[in-house]
Design a protein around this ligand. Structure first.
Ligand code: UDP
Length: 494
């Protein structure tokens, strides 16, 4: 193809997500967002992970029929053989530290198909996961600009930056309850030592050094894309750009681009999904608390027992998503709890994958008990639903600070221990859980103020992705910059 012909081809972006739902789902939504603006988008992933995004991609492509938007394609490559059982290709299937090591090794071995894709297709840019820090060098070798994507808030990444830069844990006592301030941020942000990753944790695949490497690679990239929006965290946008000198585009909430509210993120929706919407239809406005902890958390039988007690004591209607693989109900369900669901009066349990976007946007839902995963958080914000926050690890304690202290659209349940899904957590009493839900949804002044703030934020979230909104414009600016870069590189004879 001549250089002149190439200039008339649509811009081509390769999206390369880490194999975990919280990364795959927003990447598929983001591809839909860019494709809707005329960009040719490819997603490179492995068979099990391709199945996770297939429904969202198919729905987007159906919506593009008869328009100028090129169809999104999924380029499927085998999952590297690292000794994991067949089909274990996604973070949700990792249940032990040993398997986690193998899983991260496999993620590294994806470099070979990534290189091959860049060599064969010469895309104009790659949006690659921050969990693939090596991809910055791989992309550079092919002369392709790399945009990093972690799928977290700017607030959380500013907190991580502060941690890495100042190591504030070094100067506080070795007491789990010691309070640690994060220096250099627009707000006073303070966490308990036990809520933070310890720099002494040098685990190769989720330790401090891993985050240092990730941060360094992201800084060396062409820039970063965020599933967030300017109006949500303006002080942190300013901080990121001006104080930290990082180039970033905020293009979210990307979930609002989905044409697949029900099946997004799965090829196996729970059989309970259809009935749950009918159940919500019968409930008064804002009367239901929705409970879901994303895709990577696991709760012990003791924790589930207290959560069930808390839901019962709260007196609220509840819609609770329990992963298909959780412990048997006989291990945790309190006596009499099943009665609450028996006639559909108080509760509904979904086993397996729930249509979260449909649920959060249902008028009956008035609160969300969440682990503060960034996708869930932003989906709640977009739907105008305030939260009860129960973080577990990763960026979740930082997101809790943003929700509760900065945005003031949530009540903290008081979780204290940073521990992943393969480690144990303290058990929080049912009474505390009930009280937190009551503060948010019990018609008190505090809860009412949060409900109102959440509705306001929801309105803003929907406006920013419309023509002329801040995220809509950011997508346009990034496309323009990549297009100009293509012209200059090609004219320069590269
Ligand atoms: N999700 C869903 N149904 C479920 C569980 C999860 O649609 O039953 C989606 C949820 O809407 C969100 C994603 O899975 O988009 C979870 O991402 P998040 O960042 O909230 O948490 P993670 O699973 O990464 O901890």
């Amino acid at each position: 193809m001549s250089v002149k012909d190439e200039q008339h081809q649509p811009l081509h972006i390769l999206f390369f997500p880490f194999p975990a739902h919280g990364h795959l789902i927003p990447i598929a939504d983001m591809a839909a967002l860019f494709a809707a603006r005329g960009v040719r988008c490819s997603i490179l992933t492995t068979p099990v992970n391709a199945a996770i995004v297939r429904s969202a991609v198919d729905h987007a492509n159906d919506a593009f029929a008869g328009t100028n938007s090129p169809a999104i394609d999924i380029s499927v490559v085998p999952f590297p053989d690292v000794g994991l059982p067949p089909g274990v290709e996604n973070g949700t299937a990792i249940k032990s530290q040993g398997d986690r090591g193998k899983f991260f090794l496999a993620a590294q071995l994806l470099r070979e198909p990534f290189d091959r894709f860049l060599f064969d297709n010469r895309p104009d840019a790659v949006v690659s996961d921050s969990f693939f820090p090596w991809s910055v060098d791989a992309a550079a070798e092919h002369g392709v600009p790399r945009l990093a994507f972690l799928g977290s808030s700017m607030f959380a990444l500013s907190c991580i930056d502060s941690m890495l830069r100042h190591n504030p844990l070094a100067t506080v006592p070795d007491d789990p309850d010691a309070l640690v301030s994060l220096p250099g941020l627009p707000h006073h942000v303070e966490l308990r030592r036990s809520q933070m990753m310890d720099p002494a944790n040098q685990a190769e695949h989720w330790g401090w050094a891993f985050f240092e490497g990730m941060d360094a690679a992201d800084r060396r990239s062409f820039g970063e894309v965020f599933n967030s929006f300017h109006e949500l965290e303006p002080d942190y946008v300013e901080h990121y750009h001006t104080t930290l000198g990082r180039r970033a585009w905020l293009v979210g909430p990307v979930a609002l681009a989905t044409k697949d509210m029900a099946g997004r993120g799965t090829d196996a929706l729970s059989p309970d999904a259809a009935n749950c919407i009918g159940w919500l239809d019968m409930k008064p406005a804002s009367s239901v608390v929705y409970i879901s902890f994303g895709t990577l958390t696991s709760f012990s039988p003791a924790e589930l027992h207290q959560l069930a007690r808390g839901l019962e004591l709260s007196g609220m209607n509840f819609l609770w998503v329990i992963g298909a693989a959780g412990p048997d109900t006989s291990e945790w369900m309190p006596e009499g709890f099943a009665e609450l669901m028996a006639h559909g009066d108080r509760g509904f349990i979904i086993r397996g994958w729930a249509p979260q976007m449909l649920i959060l946007n249902h008028p009956a839902v008035g609160g969300f008990l969440t682990h503060c995963g960034w996708n869930s958080t932003l989906e709640a914000v977009s739907a105008g639903v305030p939260m009860v926050t129960w973080p577990r690890y990763a960026d979740q304690f930082n997101n809790e600070k943003l929700i509760v202290e900065v945005l003031k659209v949530g009540v903290s349940i008081g979780a204290k221990d940073y521990a992943s899904c393969v480690e144990t957590h303290e058990v929080i009493d049912g009474e505390v859980i009930a009280e937190s839900i009551g503060r948010l949804m019990g018609n008190g002044e505090e809860g009412d103020a949060m409900q109102k703030k959440a509705k306001d934020l929801g309105g803003k979230a929907r406006r920013v992705v419309e023509n002329g909104g801040s995220s809509y414009n950011a997508v346009g600016r990034l496309i323009d910059e990549l297009t100009a870069r293509r012209s200059s590189v090609k004219v320069g004879g590269k």
